[in-house]
Design a protein around this ligand. Structure first.
Ligand code: ZN
Length: 206
């Protein structure tokens, strides 16, 4: 069931692992397929996935196919898909730079790089709730209406996209942005874009 999608998840899991975006057994990946979701299983390492590590669930979180238990973060994925019909794939990673901001309780709202302002506006921070809980899904989902990448306090980050490539590239780009912001602090702090410059960027969207 959904073998091609499983292979795509394996491919992007490996890329994410090679780029140190998904250490150890942390994080999870999913793809929406109609009224089902293919999601990595609990305890699987995204860098070393096999088809057996994949589960098919419905939008209530019930296991439809697979021999393993679905990721405990399935509820966050389900809420993201329910809120956004345009989102068809999700990467949730504990990537080091985004997780540093999330661990410090700092949202990424500074307007520094035009590309990031244009694509994401900002990267908000969802309140902490214990991993795997429905409360975590509720808290994080508050931001899904407006944002495609969200930090999860004391936890990590989650990104959606129209397909898995886009979801992966969104989190990769934001991870590098978080790294850039941290390095800029060593160099004396990033120069903020002016209000006018930000307005000019927003005008490109119309
Ligand atoms: Zn997590």
């Amino acid at each position: 069931m959904f073998e091609e999608i499983k292979d795509e998840i394996i491919k992007y899991g490996k890329i994410a692992g090679d780029r140190n975006l998904t250490p150890g057994i942390s994080g999870n990946i999913s793809v929406r397929c109609g009224d089902k979701i293919v999601i990595t299983s609990s305890g699987s390492a995204n860098s070393f996935l096999t088809r057996d590590d994949m589960c098919v669930i419905d939008f209530d979180g019930n296991l439809i196919d697979g021999t393993r238990k679905a990721s405990s973060e399935k509820f966050v994925h389900i809420e993201f898909y329910k809120k956004r019909s345009d989102i068809c794939a999700i990467c949730h990673f504990h990537s080091p730079y985004l997780t540093s901001f999330a661990s410090s309780g700092i949202s990424i709202s500074e307007k520094v790089l035009p590309e990031i302002v244009f694509m994401f506006d900002e990267i908000p921070l969802a309140s902490y709730a214990i991993p795997g809980s429905k409360l975590l899904a509720q808290e994080t989902a508050k931001y899904f209406d407006k944002y495609s990448v969200v930090l999860m306090q004391n936890h990590g980050a989650i990104a959606g996209g129209k397909d898995l490539k886009e979801a992966y590239l969104n989190i990769e780009l934001c991870e590098t942005y978080a790294q850039t912001l941290l390095l800029s602090k060593i160099l004396g702090g990033a120069k903020m874009l002016s209000e006018e410059q930000v307005k000019e960027i927003y005008s490109l969207k119309n």
